[in-house]
Design a protein around this ligand. Structure first.
Ligand code: FES
Ligand SMILES: [Fe+2]
Length: 363
């Protein structure tokens, strides 16, 4: 359905997730960069739980609760011994599955003493973690991101901590109408308003495509591609892949090239992991398929992306603060261009309901 065909009145029929909706747990979230997980104990809060990460001597990533089952001592204050972690309080030793294999004050290790451990999978630069029902941790649900691990692409990446709920973060990425207003002319032009937008839902995924033929290239992209001020045909798609992941692909080609037209591609990978209900660990990966060995472009891209993402991060944290401080309900109006985000929010609510039977507007 095109956005023009949808109507604002359809908003009334939507039950949508918001910042109060319980976080979806049955999902592969990013626990860490693969480069962060090593032979040093590392802790990150994931869905409210402090999780301990390390690698076995064979190089496999391990994740378990950072709170010792005996007297709640943080395990990262202990030490790694081979594939085991030893608690720094009374010395219980846990293997990579979380099972206690030694308790210094007892002759035998208590068999029922077991740290909760979590399924983890390493794919390219990402260590994914499953915080929900381990029986549902299906490897096929891990989205393939081959460009992050390919010589045909060059990736610039970064991370940030965002004081906002992941619903708002996902909605921001499915909402291109804020580009020219919040971000200025670096990533869009006034003609973006003429883009043909289409949205579709496939299962739990929401796709939005945008096409804009023969219009001036945005300043930031034009500079990077070496075609400043030229007219381009642009296409992009954005996909809500899961509660943890949003992926977009962009393609630009000169509308009237002198000689053969060379398409330029960008793949942008946004990964979110709620630290708690209203805060997120956010990683971004900005990949391109041209000028792979040009560090100047790396620097320009990183600076431009950081500027835009800081604008998003600030906007979302200001919005979250207003919601946190509210003393009465804060109804929001929705319009036709908000439809992609609304579809995504209905998916998130359904997924949360399936896990917790939470009701959308509990009042
Ligand atoms: S708190 Fe860890 S062994 Fe006692
Ligand atoms: Fe933005």
């Amino acid at each position: 359905m095109s956005l023009a065909e949808s109507t604002a009145s359809s908003a009334a029929s939507f039950q949508m997730a918001d910042h109060r909706t319980p976080l979806v747990r049955n999902c592969w979230y990013m626990g860490a960069l693969a480069s962060e997980v090593g032979r040093t104990l590392m802790v990150r809060r994931v869905l409210g739980t402090p999780v301990l990460f390390y690698r076995t001597e064979a190089g496999l990533p391990v994740a378990m609760d950072n709170r010792c089952v005996h007297r709640s001592f943080p395990l990262d204050k202990g030490r790694l011994e081979g594939d085991c972690v030893r608690c720094g309080y009374h010395g219980m030793r846990f293997d990579a599955s979380g099972q206690c294999v030694e308790m210094p004050s007892l002759r035998r290790a208590p068999g029922h003493a077991k740290q909760r451990s979590y399924p983890v999978r390493e794919r390219g630069p990402v260590v994914w973690i499953w915080m929900g029902d381990a029986a549902k941790a299906d490897d096929s649900l891990i989205v393939d991101l081959p460009w992050l691990d390919s010589d045909a692409w060059r990736t610039v990446s970064g991370s940030a901590e965002v004081d906002a709920n992941y619903v708002a973060m996902h909605e921001n990425l499915l909402d291109h109408t804020h580009f020219p207003v919040l971000h200025g002319d670096a990533v869009s032009t006034e003609e973006y308003i003429n883009s043909v937008l289409k949205v579709r839902q496939e299962g739990n995924k929401v796709f939005m495509t945008r096409e804009l033929p023969d219009s001036p290239v945005a300043a930031g992209f034009g500079h990077i591609m070496g075609i400043p001020g030229r007219r381009v045909d642009s296409y992009s798609d954005s996909c809500f892949e899961s509660p943890a992941l949003h992926v977009s692909h962009s393609r630009f080609v000169e509308s009237a090239p002198q000689g053969e037209a060379r398409p330029f591609h960008f793949n942008i990978t946004h990964v979110f992991t709620p630290a708690q209900q209203n805060s997120i660990h956010y990683w971004w990966f900005f990949s391109r398929d041209f000028q792979l060995d040009n560090p100047e472009i790396d620097g320009v891209l990183a600076a431009g992306i950081n500027k835009a993402f800081t604008e998003d991060k600030d906007a979302l944290s200001w919005i979250q603060a207003i919601k946190d401080e509210a003393v009465e309900p804060l109804p929001e109006l929705s319009f036709a261009p908000d439809r992609p985000g609304m579809l995504m929010r209905s998916v998130l609510l359904r997924l949360a309901n399936e896990e917790s039977k939470y009701s959308a507007n509990p009042s």
